[in-house]
Write a protein of this length. Structure first.
Length: 185
């Protein structure tokens, strides 16, 4: 069975957004960008909430991103080729290829998707990830901890879910970013 991996950027104080709700506080350097691209490539399906989907969709809707460098071109190709499942009660339609819209989170449907998958699945967005963690469906957590204290909002990890974890990998980048990968026991 495929693994469901929750991947997220977070500040040292655990936030995914700054105090104004912006997600653009963590622009990766080349080393971090290559690492994130490899993580994204390891999965063939991405699960998103509406906000994370709208944030990530630019990798298909803004063609200029792919022309900025070989790294951005590779990332755009990886993102576009993956299947996306967007959980939203407010979106009227998906606006990228390979994208399916789900009106609500269904743990049984996700369990079946994992069982049928031939490669790992990534969940992006702290709210959807919290639901998957609460349902016991997340197998691994991949955090990119940035050397900043945001005093922001939206924690990367839910405060109402307990999960015992085992550290399986760590990587330090020259920029001060630390990648931590945990297996959920």
């Amino acid at each position: 069975m495929a693994k469901l991996v929750y991947a997220s950027n977070m500040s040292l104080d655990g936030c995914t957004e700054d105090e104004a709700g912006h997600l653009d506080w963590a622009p990766p350097d080349d080393d971090v960008f290559v690492f994130i691209t490899q993580l994204m490539r390891s999965a063939r399906t991405y699960l998103y909430g509406r906000r994370m989907y709208e944030t990530m969709a630019v990798w298909e809707t803004d063609a200029t991103l792919a022309t900025q460098s070989d790294l951005t071109a590779t990332y755009a190709t990886v993102w576009q080729s993956a299947h996306k499942v967007v959980h939203s009660s407010t979106l009227t339609a998906a606006f990228t290829a390979n994208t399916r819209l789900e009106r609500h989170f269904d743990p049984g449907a996700l369990r079946a998707m994992k069982a049928a998958a031939t490669s790992d699945l990534l969940v992006g967005g702290p709210n959807l990830a919290a639901q998957a963690l609460a349902a016991g469906l997340v197998d691994e957590i991949a955090l990119f901890v940035w050397p900043i204290i945001l005093g922001g909002r939206t924690p990367a990890l839910p405060d109402h879910v307990r999960a015992d974890l085992t550290l399986v990998d760590e990587h330090r980048f020259g920029s001060g970013v630390v990648h931590l990968r945990y297996r959920v026991r």
